[in-house]
Design a protein around this ligand. Sequence first.
Ligand code: 6PG
Length: 286
Amino acid sequence: MADTGGNLKGVPREILPGVRVYPNPTEVARAGARLFVDYAWQSISRDGQFCVALSGGNTPRMMYELLASDEFRGQVDWAKVHVFWSDERAVPPEHPDSNYGMARRELLLRVPIPPANVHRMEAEKPNIGRAAHDYEEVLRQHLELDDRGFPRFHLIYLGMGADGHTASLFPGTRVTRQTSRWVSTPMVVKLNARRMTLTLPVLDAAQRVVFLVVGSEKAATLRAVLEGKADPPYPAQLVQPRDNGLKLFLVDQAAAALLESATPQTAGPPPEKSAGTIRAKPGRSK
Ligand code: 6PG
């Protein structure tokens, strides 16, 4: 059954390798939740646990609601899931801008995850630099390190701002050139706010990175990121998982509007291929 945009219900159009277009934000959220379930199952059966970093902002809210719903909640062994964040605002957990606060309300309070498995960034701490070090210790306790000594998440969710930022890696900030720290605390001048964020080397060490991008206001930036043409590159463009890491973009029709013309509709779910400009070696399926 086709929807208004000519998509088969829930079946994405793969308009570029690793770039899946869904008819609307709800289908993007559902696809994101399905990947959570699949990757949790794969990671737990192989490593005994699933270490996932959640993104903030508005876009993932619906995915968190779905994951906590009857449709998905029972498909995850929550006792073996460890939840982290890709970034956080320097506000207390009960503040409306808290990424932890949002995920707690929409997901964590509604699934049987042990509180000890929820690892929030304490970005509200007066000594945020100290809090970043503490968070690196938490990562060291729970995550395997890759061959370069960076913690390797099973999955990291990311969003993208219309300015091309991702996590709290904003265009023109020094943090995008960070090569050794795992967690950084940039001052985002345009927001006049401090943030805590995973750094690029940690994003690049992930086994899988999944971007959720919806809305027409992001269409031009998404095209620039995927075509890798922006100079200097947008932070979202700089995320390049190493060692066969997978990068996927789950986007809605509105965000993909400037990409649409590229390819015809594909039938059926696409194979697991990384997006756009990834250097990943072909062939090994995750
Ligand atoms: C944050 C996020 C940030 C977010 C983008 C997109 O703390 O703000 O982690 O990187 O993903 O700003 O935000 P929206 O989904 O609200 O557009």
